[in-house]
Design a protein around this ligand. Structure first.
Ligand code: PMP
Ligand code: GLN
Length: 454
């Protein structure tokens, strides 16, 4: 065998078996599908973020599409990262504990234990992940098996569906529906609700999990305690896991309150809650997230995590830990970032609602999060949708706006399953966690365009 191997490697070095072009040809002729995407990803398509980040790079519009703050993070957290980078402790530049840097899991336990009304074991009940994305991935891959059904509430953060499919699960969708038919005035995300009967009809013996996202991206709905109780009771009845994506947990506007489903009776045992330092401290590029829940469930996430990411960057974990340590004594006070940020955002939200309404669109006032869904159909007649070739109108609308008005939003059908995209084709999603002068610029772009067409 060794002789054969040596013969082969010698031939490779001295006389290549075939040139690159021949090699490709050989593959094309004999093994056409060998290098196609594996079936787990076969249904995946390039997602809206890849496409719209590219679009923004090409046309340089004012980008109020993708969700990220365009202003600086609080000074203490960026300073913490500088301090860590220059620290005398060389170990802060090396691998840390795989399931989460000790200082960070301790800080997360201190933060969440009183919020969840139980002592969270920092080492067995918390996992630090590469952003909330990886927390979702590890949760889904760690629990969903072939043929398991996973209930997804629409509109949903777009990666839920491909992650469930990659785990060979079956997504079962249920849209939030507008409840106050024909109401006048500006709508609120509160008016979108689940139909309890429809939800009950989805649960069955094959249901493995339900994904709940509160506050919801993109709608901004904040689920009430009562709504979460209905979901919780069904989870308990059918022995179902609840995946609670709470990355916008601090961005909730008065009089709404964020409620954690894990605190409901019998729910800690079956809930994985997901958070993100990106959202919490306005540092989305740090890609540091976490999941917490009972040790038995967390073990499943740990197995996925240790075999892909294994360990997240030490400096960002250390800096996020220091950030939490700074905020912990301030929790609930006016100067706490988790209080001051939503206060600032509420003003931005109201300003955006105002100028979108003046433009002729019909925004839905979000109770939480930092996005607004707006019905653009009243002004669609002034947009030449025939210049774009996409299947869905909202893709054509947002592309036309990027190229002709210089303002970028996100098409909201990206947050719906194929059969339900028709529910959302008239909506665009805008992000308001932006500097006031940029929101002003967005208003000017829209209002000047409207003035020009009238
Ligand atoms: N869940 C939701 C609802 C989100 O909006 C985001 C933002 N990308 C994520 C998860 C992922 O967060 P992260 O940037 O921490 O990976
Ligand atoms: N969560 C952000 C949003 O919804 C960013 C998404 C992303 O870049 N994948 O816009």
């Amino acid at each position: 065998m060794l002789r054969n191997f040596l013969k082969l490697s010698k031939r490779k070095v001295n006389a290549p078996l075939c040139s690159c072009r021949n090699f490709t040809k050989t593959i094309m002729a004999s093994d056409q599908d060998k290098f196609a995407l594996p079936s787990a990803y076969a249904q995946s398509q390039t997602n809206v973020w890849v496409e719209y980040v590219q679009l923004a790079m090409a046309y340089k519009p004012l980008n109020i599409g993708q969700g990220f703050p365009d202003f600086a993070a609080p000074k203490y957290i960026s300073q913490a990262l500088c301090d860590v980078a220059q620290s005398d402790n060389p170990l802060l530049q090396q691998y840390t504990r795989g399931f989460g840097h000790i200082r960070l899991v301790n800080a997360l336990s201190k933060l969440y234990s009183p919020l969840i009304n139980r002592e969270i074991d920092p080492q067995n009940e918390i996992l630090v992940t590469s952003g909330a994305y990886e927390a979702l991935f590890s949760t889904i891959m760690g629990h969903v098996d072939q043929g398991d059904e996973v209930i997804i509430i629409e509109p949903f953060f777009d990666c839920y569906e491909p992650m469930v499919l990659a785990a060979r699960g079956i997504p079962r969708f249920i849209p939030l529906r507008k409840t106050t038919a024909g109401s006048t005035g500006v709508a609120s995300s509160q008016e979108w609700a689940l139909d309890t009967k429809e939800l009950e009809g989805l649960f069955n013996s094959k249901t493995k999990a339900i994904i709940v996202n509160t506050p919801n991206n993109p709608l901004g709905k904040v689920f009430s305690k009562n709504e979460l109780e209905i979901i919780a009771n069904l989870c308990k009845k059918w022995n179902v896991l609840c995946i609670s994506d709470e990355v916008y947990e601090w961005m909730v506007y008065k009089p709404n309150k964020h409620f954690r489903i894990a605190t409901l009776p019998g729910m800690w045992e079956r809930t994985i809650t997901i958070g993100s330092a990106g959202k919490t401290f306005s540092v989305t590029g740090w890609k540091t997230g976490w999941a917490y829940g009972p040790a038995k469930l967390m073990h499943n996430l740990q197995m996925v995590h240790q075999n892909c990411v294994y360990v997240c960057p030490t400096p960002t974990q250390e800096a996020v830990a220091r950030g939490f340590e700074y905020e912990l004594p301030r929790l609930g006070q006016d100067d706490c970032y988790f209080i001051s940020l939503p206060r600032e955002l509420e003003t931005k939200r109201d300003y955006m609602v105002k100028f979108l309404t003046e433009t002729g669109m019909k925004p839905i006032i979000p109770e939480g999060g930092y996005f607004i869904m707006a019905d653009y159909s009243p002004i669609a007649k002034d947009v030449d949708l025939s210049t774009e070739k996409d299947k869905y109108k909202d893709y054509r609308f947002t592309k036309w706006m990027t190229k002709n008005v210089g303002l970028q939003g996100i098409p909201s059908t990206a947050f719906y399953s194929e059969p339900n995209k028709n529910l959302s084709e008239n909506f665009v999603r805008y992000c308001f966690i932006k500097e006031d002068h940029n929101l002003q610029k967005a208003a000017d772009l829209l209002l000047n365009w409207r003035a020009g067409v009238k």
